[in-house]
Design a protein around this ligand. Structure first.
Ligand code: ARG
Length: 500
């Protein structure tokens, strides 16, 4: 098939060549975006009197036809036309002839066009990920609120460290995910700039209005420097990096779900709807979703590495290398959104085994630090010395197969170090519930502090959800604005009657 760019060629590309170069699959997600971008461009061309209003009308009419046919599936992207841009332009040229359809590409290049399409699509998909994330954050906070008093072991090195509350544990993820949201928002903001009008790399000698195009497409502002923007894919790397970091947070949550649902821990139990069985072992109830989530962090890291490697060392200006940004970007967006949603399902239905958590919190010396603190506070011992004393006592109790629950024996051992502690007082010092309530520093596991932080995180979540809703609204308003102009022109109206 003769290519629209084929003037200087004596033959069409070999099918081997076209099969290697075409980007139809990745581009198929950007058909509506390509049409919207073309409408905005054509409106601007007419407004600047670079094309006539009649030419605009013909162009918009066939863009409308393209929109309908691609949406209904009566027309699909043709591989032999290389990409979405050539496919859409071909509809115009077939319909309106070169006389009209052939004018759309004035003062535009596929180089700036493809960035418009990607950014328009990325914007919405990043909001989808942010909204899914808001759902997970909401689930974590809601569950955390109900367990600000229930104790569980807190771990360092996956060894019992100090008692914490279940609300503290769950809200820790809500706290981390709030930062992950900020990174998505940052990626959105930096992607939300208009490249159209950079043309191939150097701008154009036509009197274009880049700001008008940016406005019609709902971009925050124009990305001005044509040479910089045309090969820049840092917005892709940044979105992937935000998603990679988010996936790393999710992989920790996934890992804890796997671990805590084992027989050895038994601190949580998966809901049947979010667990899988074995084809041979009838007793199995596997945390497959959490395992897949843990593994799929690797998929997204890989996509980030793929894009960074693609960008690296490319000379400034457009290089065909950058066509390869879309498959990894789409894949990472799909994978991240699905992982967030599936973990929201897992966490919202997870049974928390509070008794078991309480038992473990008291079983393995997690209150030892507080006992050492008590020797400092009430018995005038320097911390290093009290650490040594409590360490000795723990060592001795271990040898005897006992723990702090044997208050009698613990008191005796303290006495050997010259420390008198009344039985009740000692029982209180090694009681996990009392220990969590004794914490008083900013950000600690103290139930009141946890409630305060949950309230704070809930406010942050509301603010983030409002941001996303407002961003969607701006996009929808820009879309409606463009649609209204398109309708009016197609119906025979003139640009002068349009609000621009
Ligand atoms: N499919 C190309 C891409 O994704 C579109 C731009 C092609 N530009 C060119 N000069 N061949 O980057």
């Amino acid at each position: 098939m003769k290519q629209l760019w084929g003037g200087r060629f004596d033959s069409d590309p070999a099918s081997l060549a076209m099969n290697y170069a075409e980007s139809i699959e990745a581009d198929s997600r950007m058909v509506a975006e390509d049409i919207w971008g073309s409408e905005a461009h054509a409106i601007m061309l007419a407004r600047q009197e670079i094309i006539t209003e009649e030419e605009l009308r013909q162009i918009l009419k066939y863009l409308e036809l393209a929109r309908e046919e691609f949406a209904q599936g009566t027309r699909t992207l043709k591989r032999e036309l290389e990409d979405v841009h050539m496919n859409v332009e071909t509809v115009l040229i077939e319909g309106a002839g070169k006389e009209y359809g052939g004018k759309l590409h004035t003062a535009r290049s596929r180089n700036d066009q493809v960035i418009v399409d990607s950014k328009l699509h990325l914007r919405t998909r990043l909001l989808d990920v942010a909204d899914a994330l808001a759902q997970l954050r909401g689930v974590l906070l809601e569950r955390a609120t109900n367990h600000t008093e229930d104790v569980m072991p807190g771990y360092t090195h996956t060894q019992h460290a100090q008692p914490i509350t279940v609300g503290f544990w769950l809200s820790a993820y809500a706290s981390a995910l709030a930062r992950d949201h900020e990174r998505l928002q940052g990626a959105f903001n930096r992607a939300n700039t208009s490249p159209l009008g950079a043309c191939a790399l150097a701008g154009t000698s036509f009197p274009t209005d880049r700001r008008l195009v940016a406005k019609l497409l709902g971009f925050d502002r124009v990305h001005e420097h044509a040479l910089d923007l045309i090969g820049a894919r840092d917005f892709v790397a940044e979105a992937l990096s935000a998603m990679a970091i988010l996936m790393s947070t999710l992989s920790k949550l996934a890992q804890e779900t796997v671990l805590y649902s084992t027989y050895e821990f038994r601190m949580v139990e998966l809901d049947d709807a979010f667990a899988f069985g074995s084809s041979i072992m009838p007793q199995k109830k596997n945390a497959c979703l959490a395992e897949l989530a843990r593994a799929r962090a690797g998929n997204v890291f890989g996509r980030l590495m793929q894009v960074l490697t693609m960008i690296k060392g490319t000379p400034i200006g457009y290089n065909r290398d950058v066509q390869e940004d879309k498959p990894p970007l789409w894949e990472a967006l799909d994978c991240t959104e699905a992982t967030v949603l599936v973990l929201a399902g897992v966490v919202s239905t997870l049974e928390l085994k509070l008794e078991r958590m309480r038992e473990l919190a008291g079983a393995n010396f997690s209150t030892a630090t507080e006992l050492a603190n008590c020797l400092v506070r009430d018995h005038g011992r320097p911390f290093r010395e009290s650490h040594e004393i409590v360490g000795n006592i723990v060592g001795q109790l271990c040898k005897e197969g006992k723990n702090f629950n044997d208050v009698e024996r613990t008191g005796e051992l303290l006495r050997e170090h010259g420390i008198e502690l009344a039985r009740d007082e000692l029982a209180a010092v090694v009681d996990p519930e009392r220990v969590v309530r004794a914490q008083r520093s900013l950000g600690s596991t103290n139930p009141r502090e946890v409630q305060r932080m949950i309230a704070d995180l809930s406010r942050t979540l509301d603010r983030d959800a409002n941001w996303s809703a407002a961003a969607r609204q701006r996009i929808a308003a820009a879309q409606t604005h463009t649609r209204e102009i398109v309708q009016r022109i197609i119906e025979g109206g003139s640009l002068a009657e349009c609000r621009l």
